[in-house]
Design a protein around this ligand. Structure first.
Ligand code: PLP
Length: 429
């Protein structure tokens, strides 16, 4: 019997475009290459055997960029620091969520962020970034990059356009802008940054190579299901896949998506320094992608129920949840333009200070006390004494990271169970 050759990179049936949640179960993997295995095996190998000496030469020519792939030719596997089937299937599937030309995966979110910076910024360039930003990123920008002559200038999420304009002038006074790096919504306060406005500002800038500096967006909090930065003018989308994409608090990984122009140099740098993901973690991440959308939907539904419960509780001062933005406010209209849902990580102030917050946190049992977010389980933390304890108290207070603030990452448990736990703990304050 003759069998028809299947296309494992098929994007549509006729004019019907397939959704990422459907494609996660098969896209980019040909079972016939793996004994008919439905799922990709874990390819625990450091190196790959060439069919011929000519193939080896061709693969190296393509991998090093000496020539482009011809139609129908495969790029070929060489060595697992450059590529590996698990890594390639994962990258192919990630492009679908972001509708991007290319995806490159990294050993952590920080590895993705650092590689984006090092691939696009030169000594003497200035980086402009939004604040607050993930603590690890802030450490890179303020303590590590200055050693290579790269300066950073910040502006606050929720800042007016005029304040962003002032930050751009301040940055330009120090040198050419090499890259803009923003995180929206910001952690832990959910302040928003206008992606399209920053993209528009960069149009008028030239970096030290006389090109428009790229805009990188850390989309860990809402993406890829609830926010699509490439549609708003971003050039590079960055992820800690440790959070929602991995989603089970059992792996550390990162990714970048975007057009080849910005991603190819990042892939080349990964090959040079070796911050790729190991095959097993790629496989775990592939499994997670199959349930990404339903996990994010359920967590988002739960978060709305929890946020509404907390808002109405007399021991709670204020809930900083994207679903509660004032209609008619600038933040609300930006939210409507940029975000598809409020997500499931938010913070709230209990009445009182650190003592009251600690008393409440210590009584919880279903909600686990831990940093990180985006897992199936609900996690709660006290940013002022943990993730943001390195920030001086006065700056913390300005950013809204008060001693009474608790951050919660709502999971996919039964919402009633979570409320029962919150209820008994709030009663002890
Ligand atoms: C966790 C996180 C990171 C760092 O990611 P790792 O996978 O821990 O390296 C970067 N940005 C944001 C917004 C994060 O939440």
């Amino acid at each position: 019997m003759k069998t028809k050759k299947k296309d494992f990179h098929r994007r549509a049936i006729g004019s019907h475009v397939l959704k990422p949640e459907t494609q996660m179960m098969g896209y980019g993997f040909d079972p016939s290459l793996s004994e008919g295995s439905l799922k990709p095996p874990v390819f625990l190998t450091s190196t790959f055997v060439f069919d011929s000496a000519e193939h080896g030469r061709d693969f190296f020519d393509m991998a090093s960029g000496r020539r482009e792939r011809s139609p129908g030719e495969s790029e070929g596997l060489i060595y697992s620091r450059f590529n590996n089937p698990n890594m390639e299937v994962l990258e192919d599937r990630l492009t679908l969520w972001e509708n991007s030309e290319m995806a490159v995966v990294y050993s952590s979110g920080m590895a993705a962020i650092f590689t984006a910076i090092m691939a696009h910024v030169k000594p003497g360039d200035v980086l402009i970034y939004s604040q607050p930003i993930y603590g690890g990123t802030e450490t890179l920008l303020l303590n590590i990059l200055p050693k290579w002559g790269i300066k950073a200038v910040g502006f606050a999420a929720n800042d007016s356009k005029a304040a962003v304009d002032v930050a751009f002038e301040k940055a330009k006074a120090l040198g050419p802008i090499g890259l803009a790096l923003i995180e929206t919504p910001a952690n832990p306060t959910n302040g928003l940054v206008d992606i399209a406005y920053i993209a528009g500002k960069l149009k008028d800038e030239r970096n030290s190579s006389d090109e428009r500096p790229p805009l990188a967006v850390d989309n860990t909090f809402l993406g890829p299901v609830w926010q699509k930065p490439l549609e708003h003018g971003a050039d590079i989308v960055l992820y800690s896949m440790t959070k929602y994409i991995g989603g089970h608090s059992d792996l550390v990984a990162g990714a970048a998506m975007g057009p080849k122009k910005y991603l190819k140099p990042m892939k080349a740098l990964r090959g040079a320094i070796g911050n790729q993901i190991d095959p097993h973690t790629c496989w775990m991440t592939l499994r997670s992608l199959e349930t990404l959308k339903i996990r994010m939907e359920k967590a988002t539904d739960n978060a709305k129920i929890i946020a509404e419960y907390l808002r109405d509780h007399d021991k709670v001062e204020k809930v900083h949840y994207l679903g509660f933005l004032e209609p008619g406010s600038a933040a609300h209209s930006l939210y409507e333009r940029q975000c598809l849902a409020p997500g499931s990580t938010f913070s709230f102030d209990v009445k009182g200070g650190q003592a009251e917050a600690f008393r409440f946190l210590n009584e919880l049992s279903v909600l686990k006390l831990a940093v990180s977010l985006g897992g199936t389980e609900t996690l709660i933390s006290h940013p002022a004494s943990t993730t943001h304890s390195g920030v001086p108290k006065d700056l913390r207070e300005i950013a809204g990271v008060t001693d009474s603030l608790c951050r919660v990452s709502v999971g996919i448990e039964d919402a009633g169970d979570l409320i029962a736990d919150l209820e008994q703990a709030l009663a002890k304050i």
